[in-house]
Design a binder for this molecule. Sequence first.
Ligand SMILES: Nc1ncnc2c1ncn2[C@@H]1O[C@H](COP(=O)(O)OP(=O)(O)OP(=O)(O)O)[C@@H](O)[C@H]1O
Ligand SMILES: [Mg+2]
Length: 387
Amino acid sequence: MTKMRIDGKEISNANVFEIIAEHFPDIIHSVDGVGNIVFTNRKAESLLGYSQDELLSMNIRQIYADEILDKVEEGFNQLKRKGEKTIIESTLKDRDGNRIPVEIRSFGIYDDDGKFLRTFSIIRDIREIKELQNTLIHAGRLAAIGEMASGIAHDIKNPLNVLFLTSELAMLALNEMAEPKSESMEKLKKSLKGMEKALQMIEKLSEHLSNFSRGVAERYEVVDLHSIIADSLFIAQNKIKMCAVTTQNKVEKGHYFTKGAPNQLKQVFVNLITNACDAMAETKGRSLTLSISPFKRDGMGYWKCDVSDTGIGIPQDALESVFQSFFTTKEKGKGTGLGLSISRGIIKNHEGDIEVHSEQGKGTTFSVYLPRAEYQKACRQSPQGHG
Ligand SMILES: Nc1ncnc2c1ncn2[C@@H]1O[C@H](COP(=O)(O)OP(=O)(O)OP(=O)(O)O)[C@@H](O)[C@H]1O
Ligand SMILES: [Mg+2]
């Protein structure tokens, strides 16, 4: 048998296999003809919560979830008969009864007379993959809802126009009615005006909805960040109300211009506002502040747009993770963990940056840096510019 040396010691191939198996990132185990575990590695201990000695006194049926034992039996028998390699998804059960989704690759080993000896299996923990799949399904569902919403917004237009016209005609008819005007006629007029206002609100909402979902292939234009932030607050108004958040918008009109895709920028601020509301859902003070100040870096002028909340804050060691795709602390169905990673992508495309500062228990500020429009222009005209 070939020998190799580790730290001066001679090691046989059989030992090499043991060392690899011991440090392998997946469970490796072997079971005999009745399902008793006869070999297992370190990963099995850490994943299942049993010691190696305990595992070696257990039967394979004890580490699988009770609800799939029929299938385990069937698979085991098949493996004993055919010995072919099988790859299946299954569910293990750890010491505390927690279910662990896994992918199993198994094969049978036989003696020279074809008599079954053992099975060997490599078992991979696929919890993260499953989680990712669920998140993707959720993200896909959200995208579909977005598309549906923009369709509904479009379809609302026709009946909305009919209602506008009808209320206008009713108002005209009322105005043309002979004197003297009665009290009930005045009441009717007031109601019609109220109805018109409500209709305008629906029109504005559906406009926002269809613009918002059309954001992807948008052209860049010079925009006033005041209108981006005002529109974002408008889109998120329900969330703000639901979480009983007080907003302070310090951004004035007509000062803060940048060149960008308005709906993409709104998407960024809507996510920041929504996140802030979520972070304040269970805190006492619920205050959201939006402000903009000038900022210079490497001779370039930026607008620093701050979205600050008085929410639960973010632990220091999670500050960088919040920008990673699929990082979320929200319960299933409430967050995909894509908001900030998409936002960072959008802001980078605008040659800007996004940063976070947070103090646990006090609150969080997300700062979005966007190039000032006059600097973007100057940059494009200069041959060295990167605009
Ligand atoms: N203002 C905030 N205060 C505290 N934690 C925050 C704040 N903003 C973001 N986070 C943390 O960062 C995580 C990621 O945010 P992100 O917007 O990327 O995803 P999400 O809000 O969880 O889901 P969605 O894809 O629906 O936006 C949040 O789940 C939360 O833990
Ligand atoms: Mg979010």
